[in-house]
Every structure is written in structure tokens, then in C-alpha cells.
Design a protein around this ligand. Structure first.
Ligand SMILES: CCCCCCCC/C=C\CCCCCCCCCCCCCCCC(=O)SCCNC(=O)CCNC(=O)[C@H](O)C(C)(C)COP(=O)(O)OP(=O)(O)OC[C@H]1O[C@@H](n2cnc3c(N)ncnc32)[C@H](O)[C@@H]1OP(=O)(O)O
Ligand SMILES: Cc1cc2nc3c(=O)[nH]c(=O)nc-3n(C[C@H](O)[C@H](O)[C@H](O)COP(=O)(O)OP(=O)(O)OC[C@H]3O[C@@H](n4cnc5c(N)ncnc54)[C@H](O)[C@@H]3O)c2cc1C
Length: 674
């Protein structure tokens, strides 16, 4: 026991209590807005109560104090406990539509400081069966997968290739004699690498492999492959599977490797919605678009936008509450040390995080609606809106994951030394979210996919062709190269579109100029990629700003005046922040002047001080239960120091007064007897 442990359990930190009293809007009203309605809030809280009130999620020893093996085993145990609660209690109450819902994802954070080994089963295995299998195949596999009688993952990336899917080396060669595919890894670099849950947990997986039939390669296709015996869990003959070893985060996800030595799989295990191999080996392609087999990736990219918004919301809640409790320095003589939340630089670090969490959540839900619409159209045989969805999902995934990771790291900085404590939960949030910038398509690679679409859109605008909605701004820009500056939210958004258009045009001109010197299109493109990435990022920032502004107006149209006002302030802060971050671009592509920029800097500082009294109220509107935040610094009661000490005392190193290494190494070393 530490000497100065004083039990304050049941009390609330005074400063935090005062912050709550200062808040001038109805917090619950904002919570309802963020949940998409009061009914959804009630439903969410119900699910949280059912899942967490029994305390089944509580660890005796903090997860990060366990060794890698014990940590994984504990994560499997808790996954089974949570899955059982969800299956037996939550889904029976809410019906199957809750399966895979953001509420279950949110609640799962109380069980896993990091990640469940089941995440890929729910996040990619089941969605791939739903999206890529025929109705007959779905009828065969889905009930067992949904009931978790089989567990799966998504094994696409190999040691040699992740980005370049066409370069994958695993082969699936059809044998009409036995009506089977023969899976083989011809090289070391053909080994699958990274699949979440693959190392030890799953017995099935979606394997993406080069399909060969009748001596012809038809490119990559998804297959459902059994890799372990359902009873013994032993790898099947011809299957080499294991865990990839320690990594920066994802410690409890048992990311795995997988190789095949002529492993045979029934023909009907090819996911046949978009292409089929008939019994005699004839290949038939039914898909109307060549990239439909990449559908699961688009689905996850769409989900990731609100997934990272959720993680950012947790980080800013922790850092804002802590900043209300923490006092440091004495800027004015004879005055008490201020709360660090009173430092304007601290507000600058945190409030953009709160605003970005809103911006990404609103954009994420808007993108989800767009995705649902395109999927609906595809069911009717229409695929012409898929390229626009792919371009949108690519850039929004890239920018949202990158911004969220940077802002979560900024929240850690904002908490000083204590932010570096694992018990603050900020390190785990960062390592989890920074991975999202890479997986499901690397940042640069995805922005270049969007750039391809934008360059084509520019050419279509030049030719006077009809434009799809998200690039219709290019039509006007051809005639209006310098946007007239106007510092309203609408005017700022318009200027961001002008920046995007200007950068797209500059990229097009660079490519054309280079091609005129005799370079091929590919070489000219490559030399222009720095500009192309910047153009795609600018396009994405315009889309986020536009969506956030319009959604704020729409969502708060019937809110109370106080809620509408604080939501608008946050929205304006976001827009002005990005104007100040991008003044160079705006000077180039709009009529903004130095005087406007000085005025906007002042406006930004005004917004910081207007938002200051509502800061704690705003993060509390995210309505995270302590179990979900999992943080010594961010708990509702603000007992920061007590909780830090309580967690420190749980460290296995504190279980004994003298560690055996003293007798074994230190003492002989210090006494010169080594
Ligand atoms: C019952 C109880 C349950 C209880 C438990 C509950 C607990 C939890 C509750 C709920 C859970 C719910 C889960 C939700 C959580 C969400 C988080 C999810 C986390 C998941 C974790 C994921 C881990 C990571 C997984 C992976 O990383 S998988 C691997 C991903 N890999 C990639 O992304 C590779 C990136 N590369 C590519 O995408 C492509 O190769 C490329 C870069 C696009 C290039 O491809 P290719 O070479 O083939 O194409 P090009 O030649 O460049 O282009 C040709 C044209 O095609 C167009 N194109 C390309 N891609 C697409 C596409 N996808 N769609 C449409 N069009 C596409 C391209 O633009 C070109 O067009 P053109 O017109 O210009 O020619
Ligand atoms: C935590 C984690 C979990 C994962 N889980 C899974 C999983 O469950 N299943 C699965 O299949 N995969 C998984 N992955 C793999 C992931 O999808 C890939 O790592 C990702 O797609 C990036 O591919 P890569 O590793 O081949 O990177 P590379 O493509 O080798 O990238 C390396 C660098 O090269 C650059 N680069 C590559 N190509 C280009 C280009 N054309 N133009 C310009 N620059 C380029 C990139 O920008 C990057 O800077 C996971 C990865 C991580 C980190």
C-alpha cells in the first residue's frame, strides 16, 4: 500500500464539478443528436447496461501488465464472455439488426483495452460472405458464422504484397477431376501475413488467391477456406499457420501468417456471387464491374470513418476532463495555479479534437448512407456510381484515419507525463488508431486512387460532360479560378472547393506539360504524385467541411438555441482552424487577404474562449461510461491521482517488496561479487 493513499471513492473532483455547473447547454440534447435521436440513446444505454452491469469485463490485473501469451488468452476469454452476453441477452432483446452495430462495437471497448481476436470475424469475414457469396452459399455458411460456431478472418495481404492486390502470389488451381481448388504458396513471399485472429483463434478464413483454371489465370478471387479442424483446432494437412510476433499495437489480435502446400478445397468454396468456376472448369464472370471483389475493403473503409471518430471522441474526453482537474504553473503572482484547460494553447490542442470528432462522425454517417444507396443501386444492376463511392471512401478513409491518429497523439501530449501512462488509455488508443492509416489501404495509395478519379473528372468537366455530385464543383471552377473570399461557413467551404479545383488543375497541367516532353502518361503521373496526393487531400477536406457544415445546420434545425449555438461555434472553429492551416493555398486560389487572415486568427481565439466554459459539457455529451473510456485520467469523478496510484499498485512488480533480481544480479553486481 502506498503511504499517501487516501480513499476518496464516491467523491467527485471539485474542479470537474464546477465545470459541469458552468455548461450553458443541455448535454443530453447533444447526446441525443450524436446518437441520432433520443430513442437511440435509450437503446444504447440499455445495451450498455445489459453488457456491463454484471462486471464481467473487469480485469484483476491490467491487461498491459500481462505477458503476450496471457494477454491473448485473457482476450479470448473475454471475447467469449462478451459474445455470450451479446448472443443470449442483447440480441434476444434487440433482434439481429444490432449484430455488428456501432453500439456493440462501442460497448466492446469495456472488455478490450485493445482489440478482440474476434474483430476480423465480425468486421470482415461475415461481411465478405454477405457481400461476395451467392444466396445458396450464404444459406450454408452465414447461420454458423453469425452464431459463431465457426470463426473466420480475412487473409489477403502477403509477406511480399499488401497494396498491390494483383501481385498476390497464392494460387488456387482448379482440378476438374476432384472438383476442388488446390491452394498453394509457391514462395516465401506468398505467405499470407497480418490476418487478425489468424494466428491462433480462427478455423476458417477468406483467402484471396490467383485463380487458375484450364491453364489460364483469371486474377485474384475470394475463397472460404477451412484451415483448422473444427474439433481439435489443429491446422489441417498442407496448412502452415501461426502468429506474426510482437507489433506496435494490436497485441491481442493474434495477427497471423498462413501458407499452403497443395491444400485442397471444394469448388463450391469459391465465393461465387461475382464469378464462377463450373464443374468442368469453365470460368464465368457475372459481375458488371471488374472490382466488385474488392467490395469488403470499400465497406470497411466506410466504417473506419466513424470508427476513428469514436476513438478520437474517447481521447478528447479523457484529455479534456484531465485538463479541468490538472493545475500547473503560476502565470499571475499571488494567484492559485490555473487549471491547464485555461491555457489558450491547451484549448487550441483540444477543441479541434472535439470538433473533428463531430466532423468525422457526421461525415462517416453521410458516407454510410451514400454506400447504402450505391449498394442498393448495384442490386438493380447499376454500377456507374461505384467509382465515385470508391474515390470518396478512399480519400475519407485516408484523411480521417490520419487526422484522428494525429489528434489522439495531441491529446496524449496535452496530458503531459501522465498521458504516457498505459492506464491513461491514450497510448493504446494511439497505437490502435495509427494502424488504421495503414491497414485497409495505405494513406498515400488511397489518396492516389481518389486522384485518378479527380483527374478524369477534370477532363470530363473540360469536355462539358455531366458530373457526379461530389465533383460537380469542378464545372464552375473552370470559369472561376480565384474564389471570392467570404468568411461565412458557406464561403469558407466554397473556398476549400476552389483550392481543390486549383490543385487538380495544377496536377493536370503538370502531367500534360511532362507528356509534351515525351514522357509516357505513367511517368508523367509518377512525377506529379506529390501534387496529386495534395489535390486529393484538398478535395477530401472540402467534402468533410461541406458535410460537417450542412449536417450541423440540418441536425440542429429543431434544437434549443443554446445547443444550436454551441454546435455552430464548434463547426465554425473547425472551418477557421483549417483556413489558418491552409492560408498559403487560400492566398493562391481565393481572394483572401492578409487582413482577412488576421481577422480570422482573432475570430479563432474568440471561439476558443467562447467554447471554454462548455468544453467539459461537450465531451460529456459523447456519454462514455467509465468502463468504455478505461482511463485513470478521464473517469467521470476526476479522481485522477487516486486512480493513477490505484492502478500502479496493481502492477505485478509491486506484489513483493524485493524482486528476486536483486539477489540474483543487483546485489552481486553492486557488491563487486559478479
Ligand atoms: C454474436 C456476438 C458478437 C459479439 C461481439 C461483438 C464485438 C464487436 C461488435 C461489432 C464489430 C463490428 C466491426 C466494426 C468495426 C470497424 C472497424 C473495422 C476494423 C477492421 C479491422 C481491419 C483490419 C485490416 C484488414 C485489412 O487490412 S485487409 C487488406 C486490405 N488491403 C488493402 O486495402 C489493399 C489496398 N489496395 C487496393 O485497394 C488496390 O490494390 C488498389 C491500390 C486500389 C489498386 O488495385 P488494382 O491494381 O487492382 O487497381 P488499379 O489498376 O490501380 O485500378 C483499376 C481501376 O479500378 C479502380 N478500383 C480500384 N479499387 C477499386 C474498388 N475497391 N472499387 C471500385 N473501383 C476500384 C481504380 O480506381 C481504377 O479505376 P480507373 O477508372 O482509374 O481505371
Ligand atoms: C495492424 C494491421 C492489421 C492488418 N490486418 C490485416 C488483415 O486482417 N488482413 C489482411 O489481409 N491484411 C491486413 N493488414 C495488412 C494491410 O492491409 C497492409 O499492410 C496495407 O494494405 C498496406 O500494404 P503494405 O503493407 O503492402 O504496404 P506497402 O504497399 O509496401 O507500403 C509501403 C510504402 O510504400 C508506399 N507505396 C506503395 N505503393 C505505392 C504506390 N503505388 N505509389 C506510391 N507509394 C506507394 C506506401 O505509401 C508506403 O509508404 C493489416 C496491417 C496492419 C498494420
Amino acid at each position: 500500500m502506498a503511504a499517501h493513499t487516501i480513499s476518496t471513492a464516491g467523491t467527485v473532483n471539485e474542479d470537474l464539478a464546477k465545470e459541469r455547473a458552468k455548461c450553458n447547454f443541455n448535454i443530453e440534447e447533444v447526446t441525443n443528436l450524436l446518437d441520432g435521436g433520443k430513442e437511440n440513446t435509450i437503446k444504447r444505454k440499455n445495451i450498455e447496461n445489459i453488457s456491463l452491469d454484471s462486471g464481467a469485463h473487469i480485469d484483476k490485473i491490467p491487461e498491459e501488465c500481462l505477458g503476450p501469451k496471457e494477454r491473448y488468452e485473457n482476450a479470448v476469454r473475454k471475447s467469449c464472455v462478451y459474445a455470450k452476453i451479446v448472443r443470449d441477452e442483447v440480441l434476444t432483446m434487440t433482434g439481429m439488426e444490432s449484430f455488428g452495430s456501432p453500439v456493440l462495437r462501442r460497448t466492446s471497448d469495456a472488455f478490450f483495452k485493445e482489440i478482440s481476436p474476434f474483430l476480423l470475424h465480425l468486421g470482415m469475414f461475415v461481411p465478405t460472405i454477405m457481400g461476395q457469396a451467392t444466396p445458396e452459399q450464404q444459406a450454408q455458411w452465414l447461420p454458423r458464422a453469425l452464431n459463431m460456431e465457426i470463426l473466420g478472418t480475412y487473409a489477403q495481404t502477403e509477406l511480399g504484397h499488401g497494396t498491390f492486390i494483383r501481385g498476390l502470389e497464392t494460387t488456387a488451381t482448379y482440378d476438374p477431376e476432384t472438383e476442388e481448388f488446390i491452394f498453394h504458396s509457391p514462395t516465401l513471399t506468398a505467405y499470407k501475413w497480418w490476418g487478425g485472429g489468424l494466428g491462433k483463434t480462427v478455423n476458417y478464413c477468406i483467402v484471396v488467391a490467383q485463380l487458375y483454371t484450364k491453364g489460364v489465370c483469371y486474377g485474384t478471387h475470394p475463397f472460404l477456406v477451412q484451415i483448422r479442424d473444427e474439433d481439435t483446432h489443429m491446422p489441417l494437412p498442407g496448412v502452415f499457420v501461426g502468429e506474426v510476433g510482437p507489433r506496435m499495437g494490436f497485441h491481442t489480435a493474434d495477427n497471423g501468417y498462413l501458407g499452403f502446400d497443395h491444400h485442397r478445397v471444394p469448388r463450391m468454396n469459391m465465393l461465387m456471387k461475382n464469378a464462377q468456376v463450373l464443374k468442368d472448369g469453365t470460368y464465368v464472370k457475372s459481375a458488371k464491374h471488374g472490382k466488385l471483389s474488392y467490395g469488403t475493403m470499400v465497406f470497411v473503409r466506410v466504417e473506419l470513418v466513424y470508427e476513428v471518430a469514436f476513438n478520437l471522441a474517447k481521447a478528447v474526453t479523457i484529455a479534456t476532463r484531465y485538463s479541468a482537474v490538472r493545475r500547473q504553473c503560476q502565470p499571475r503572482p499571488d494567484q492559485p495555479e490555473p487549471q491547464i484547460l485555461d491555457y489558450v494553447t491547451q484549448q487550441h490542442k483540444l477543441f479541434i479534437g472535439i470538433a473533428t470528432a463531430h466532423a468525422l462522425q457526421f461525415t462517416g454517417y453521410w458516407l454510410w448512407d451514400t454506400f447504402a444507396r450505391v449498394i442498393g443501386e448495384m442490386k438493380e444492376g447499376k454500377t456507374d456510381t461505384l467509382p465515385e463511392l470508391h474515390a470518396l471512401a478512399s480519400c475519407l478513409k485516408a484523411v480521417s484515419t490520419s487526422d484522428a491518429a494525429s489528434l489522439i497523439e495531441q491529446c496524449r501530449f496535452a496530458c503531459g507525463g501522465h498521458g504516457y501512462m498505459a492506464s491513461s488509455n491514450l497510448p493504446a488508443l494511439y497505437t490502435f488508431v495509427t494502424a488504421t492509416r495503414t491497414y485497409e489501404g495505405d494513406y498515400t495509395v488511397l489518396l492516389l486512387q481518389t486522384a485518378r478519379y479527380l483527374i478524369k473528372a477534370w477532363e470530363q468537366a473540360e469536355e462539358g460532360k455531366a458530373m457526379t455530385p461530389t465533383v460537380s464543383y469542378l464545372v464552375h471552377s473552370a470559369y472561376n479560378r480565384k474564389a471570392k473570399w467570404d468568411n461565412s461557413c458557406e464561403g469558407i467551404t466554397r473556398a476549400f472547393y476552389a483550392v481543390a479545383a486549383g490543385k487538380i488543375e495544377a496536377s493536370v497541367n503538370s502531367i500534360r506539360r511532362r507528356m509534351k516532353t515525351g514522357l509516357s502518361f505513367e511517368d508523367a503521373w509518377e512525377l506529379t504524385t506529390v501534387q496529386l496526393v495534395a489535390a486529393a487531400e484538398a478535395h477530401c477536406r472540402a467534402v468533410i467541411s461541406d458535410t460537417y457544415w450542412k449536417e450541423t445546420e440540418r441536425m440542429t434545425s429543431s434544437s434549443s438555441a443554446a445547443v444550436r449555438s454551441v454546435m455552430r461555434q464548434l463547426n465554425e472553429l473547425f472551418l477557421v482552424y483549417w483556413v489558418l492551416e491552409r492560408t498559403g493555398d487560400l492566398l493562391m486560389y481565393s481572394t483572401i487577404s492578409g487582413k482577412d487572415i488576421i481577422e480570422l486568427q482573432q475570430r479563432y481565439e474568440e471561439l476558443l474562449s467562447q467554447l471554454r466554459p462548455n468544453a467539459v459539457g461537450l465531451v460529456e455529451a459523447f456519454d462514455f461510461r467509465d468502463e468504455i473510456l478505461n482511463s485513470t485520467l478521464g473517469a467521470y469523478d476526476g479522481r485522477v491521482y487516486e486512480r493513477l496510484m490505484e492502478e500502479a499498485l496493481k502492477s505485478p512488480l509491486n506484489a513483493e517488496p524485493v524482486n528476486q533480481s536483486f539477489h540474483q544480479h543487483l546485489k552481486p553486481f553492486m557488491q563487486g561479487k559478479l
